[in-house]
Design a protein around this ligand. Structure first.
Ligand SMILES: [Fe+2]
Length: 201
């Protein structure tokens, strides 16, 4: 096999696909095609948002600064690892339902609802607010998707969303929120929240 194939033989795009994104193949799961299609779509949105939150944790793990550097540096990486496990569980649930899991950064960037952060470093308070905002968006979407999955009979998806995604996100919100409870931070809250709430154009 040639490592640098000529232009004529280079693999480029859709002509190589064996299943298109946004479709579901049949599985003997006793779940209608319509149900699996709807739940795969919800799961892919949560997956794209979770991949973005996972990467936001790594960005903040690397770029954090200040007197609490060491403990927050470690906390951010712990949460990164937990979000990476959720990403795998969501993607594999999508494949289990016969769908196609979103995977690459380009596609995730086009799909996620989480505001794009700047490339540069931000103050730790802004980092924490940005994470809380991303968590809340995922929590809200996960509750809605979990209820829909329970209503349409997909108990497996409901269980994954409630037991693994929702509870882990709620737990991480506790740890991140408590970082903001220290003296002297309250005055900065509004300013930090405002700067996170206004995504860059
Ligand atoms: Fe590291």
């Amino acid at each position: 096999m040639k490592l640098n194939p000529s232009k004529e033989t280079r693999i480029t795009g859709q002509e190589t696909e064996i299943q298109q994104y946004g479709t579901v193949v049949n599985r003997p799961l006793s779940l209608d095609h319509k149900v699996r299609l709807a739940n795969v779509e919800s799961l892919n949105q949560i997956l794209a948002d979770t991949m973005t939150l996972r990467d936001l944790y790594k960005k903040h793990h690397w770029q954090v600064s200040g007197p609490t550097f060491y403990q927050i540096h470690l906390l951010f990486d712990k949460h990164y690892g937990e979000q990476a496990a959720i990403v795998d569980a969501l993607a594999e649930r999508i494949q289990t339902l016969g769908g196609v899991a979103i995977a690459m950064a380009h596609d995730v960037a086009e799909t996620t609802r989480i505001a794009r952060p700047p490339r540069g470093r931000e103050d730790v308070t802004v980092q924490l607010f940005r994470l809380l905002q991303a968590h809340e968006l995922i929590i809200d979407g996960t509750r809605q998707a979990a209820r829909a999955a329970a209503a349409n009979g997909d108990d497996g998806t409901n269980d994954l969303l409630v037991s693994d995604v929702l509870r882990a996100n709620e737990f991480q919100v506790w740890f991140i929120s408590e970082q903001l409870a220290g003296a002297g931070i309250a005055g900065k809250d509004e300013e930090a929240a405002r700067s996170v709430a206004e995504p860059r154009a």
